[in-house]
Design a protein around this ligand. Structure first.
Ligand code: SF4
Ligand code: SF4
Length: 392
């Protein structure tokens, strides 16, 4: 109850309401669990607007495990575990029927989202993609100006030869996430290209499933546990030297479970490869603003990995954002469920990027990248894409 975390909370900064900050939310959770409060809409709303960004947990001197606490509260709210004053329990947004349907049958389904991507690409080809962007609500507005080609894991073959058989060292598994076939397909191709150039054989199992982040933070942690178990099974090949994960949020989720094979976020993995093992990288004189997702800084605790990786490319000007201490507002499905709060949280970041006038922004998480790109005229890329360009 010391309140040290409160000024670090982005949602408290927006409203200046104690109930929208970590200490207030902990008090609400205590009130619900003791039965002093009932789970009615205003209380559920204060809890549900939390971004799970962990800015509070990372500064707490008492090491309060706020992230676990808010996940447990959302689970309890979704299952109606707390008393209410009405017959209809107030549910957090992610547990409401239409959001739960979209989460379970579209956003967390790589292939379903990939099929949707193929349809959108066809509409784009027919020159009616603008209609989707204009009339597709929040989802339409976040579509990039040019849709990247769909990536099919079958194109990558189950076991790819390394680019240089003589230097081939080891085989790694590649976790591509729910958007790997669609929104994030450029980063997937770039990752395979870079790993192969470094002499790694890359396996991209078709049977891999969602990491479970949307479920873990959306009131369905039981499903998240099942998904993590499926992925553990899919990536159990003892020949794999490591499981490389493209998204920082996905890495954080997979690491909730112990794996017999090391799980590493790709910027951290590549940044750790000794200089002597790298092929020559072409200079690039671009100015690159670095956005750091909360999952990369606060959960994985690797705030320097993107910068260390990009420093391998000669002549780049790297511009880490001063606003990296604040969540951009994407926060998984939060950007779709609470678009006004998401836009308000993004605003200072866009202002800073405009001032820096970069050629690119990079982010190691596709959710943040998409949310930031939707408000900018500057391309937002995964850092590994810049490394792949420097190989050519
Ligand atoms: S969560 Fe930690 S920092 Fe925040 S009020 Fe409680 S003890 Fe203080
Ligand atoms: S996780 Fe982030 S949004 Fe939620 S209470 Fe903590 S600092 Fe605030």
């Amino acid at each position: 109850m010391c309140g040290i975390c409160v000024p670090h909370c982005p949602t408290f900064a927006l409203t200046q309401n104690e109930a929208d900050g970590p200490r207030g939310r902990i008090s609400l959770a205590l009130g619900l669990s003791s039965g002093q409060l009932t789970a009615d809409t205003p209380i559920v709303d204060h809890l549900d607007h939390c971004l799970s960004c962990l800015a509070c947990e990372s500064v707490c001197p008492s090491q309060v495990q706020y992230g676990s606490l808010i996940d447990d509260v959302r689970d309890a709210l979704a299952t109606g575990a707390f008393a209410t004053t009405t017959d209809q329990p107030a549910l957090p947004a992610a547990a409401q029927r239409h959001w739960a349907f979209l989460r379970n049958h579209l956003f967390s389904q790589r292939q379903a989202f990939g099929h949707l991507w193929s349809i959108l690409s066809f509409l784009e080809y027919l020159r009616i993609g603008g209609f989707i962007r204009a009339r597709g609500g929040r989802f339409g507005r976040t579509l990039p100006p040019e849709l990247p080609d769909r990536f099919h894991p079958s194109q990558a073959k189950t076991r790819q030869p390394a680019a240089n058989r003589h230097t081939a060292r080891k085989k790694v598994g590649l976790f591509i996430g729910c958007t790997g076939e669609s929104l994030n397909s450029d980063a997937v191709r770039a990752s395979i290209r870079v790993l192969q150039a470094l002499g790694y054989a890359v396996e991209t199992p078709k049977a891999q499933v969602c990491c479970g982040a949307m479920h873990q933070h959306g009131g369905d942690s039981a499903r998240a546990v099942q998904l993590r178990a499926e992925n553990r099974q899919v990536f159990s090949d003892p020949e794999l030297a490591a499981i490389i994960v493209i998204g920082s949020a996905c890495t954080a989720e997979l690491l909730r479970e112990p794996h017999s094979i090391p799980v590493l976020e790709i910027t951290e993995f590549l940044a750790g490869i000794p200089e002597a093992d790298w092929p020559a990288l072409q200079p690039n004189t671009a100015r690159v603003a670095i956005h750091l997702p909360c999952s990369q800084t606060r959960v994985l605790k690797q705030p320097g990995s993107t910068e260390r990786l990009l420093r391998k490319i000669p002549a780049l000007t790297l511009l880490p954002l001063a606003t990296n201490d604040r969540c951009c507002g994407a926060a998984g499905l939060h950007v779709l469920m609470y678009p006004e709060q998401a836009d308000a949280l993004r605003r200072p970041k866009l202002t800073e990027i405009d001032t820096l006038e970069p050629d690119f922004v990079v982010s190691a998480n596709i959710g943040c990248a998409t949310h930031i790109a939707a408000g900018l005229g500057v391309p937002v890329r995964h850092p590994v894409e810049l490394v792949a360009w420097a190989l050519d």
